[in-house]
Design a protein around this ligand. Structure first.
Ligand code: IMP
Ligand code: MG
Length: 186
């Protein structure tokens, strides 16, 4: 039996639904950036990896990718409290570029708000956000989400990039964690 089965409360978004929605987002991006040929996708490591890969495979607009990693202080597994630090920075100069930030999930919004503020100081030509999941009910700071996969309820989710203590990012669906059962397995 797969290790996650005992604490999988429910499959929130199955593989087929994810793939269909990613295709729709890619179509929107292809349309919106049809006249650009210098798009840069920025993957926020590590949660956005599977999403970025599936998304870019369906992009027809010419683009490059780069990655950055962030870490938040004193928050444990759940959302950040605003103390966000760049752990691993871009290798690309984004000045004058059309930048699309690709995120797995926007929760409180602090992470994205911080990254946007930082990236703006580097003078990109445009800067937009593409987030697979949006826990809108938990927002603490207003952030723009130009491309949104799914709005989801305030439940802790895992799979398709999202981790439970760094595991299960490989699952091809997004599932809700039964936190009580999960704690009892550790
Ligand atoms: P924010 O700064 O509160 O918006 O948090 C964003 C980050 O918190 C995401 O990039 C995730 O790493 C993490 N996060 C928030 N909610 C979840 C969840 O339900 N499962 C896994 N990670 C989450
Ligand atoms: Mg995380």
């Amino acid at each position: 039996m797969e290790a996650y089965k005992p604490f999988l409360a429910e499959v929130l978004i199955d593989h087929q639904t994810l793939q269909r929605r990613v295709g729709e987002l890619a179509a929107e991006i292809n349309r919106d950036y049809a006249d650009e040929n210098d798009l840069l996708l920025i993957c926020v490591l590590r949660g956005a990896l599977p999403f970025l890969v599936d998304l870019m495979r369906q992009l027809t607009v010419r683009h490059a990718i780069d990655c950055m990693a962030l870490s938040s202080y004193g928050v444990g597994a759940r959302a950040s409290n605003g103390n966000v630090r760049v752990a691993f920075d871009l290798q690309t100069n984004i000045e004058g570029r059309d930048v699309l930030l690709v995120e797995d999930i926007v929760d409180s919004g602090h992470t994205i708000a911080h990254v946007l503020e930082l990236l703006k100081t580097r003078s990109p030509r445009s800067l937009k956000v593409c987030a697979l999941l949006d826990k809108a009910g938990r927002r603490e700071v207003v952030v723009p989400i130009h491309y949104r996969g799914f709005e989801i309820p305030d439940k802790f989710v895992f799979g398709y990039g999202l981790d439970l203590d760094e595991h299960y990012r490989n699952l091809n669906f997004v599932g809700v964690v039964d936190l009580e059962k999960y704690s009892s397995t550790r």
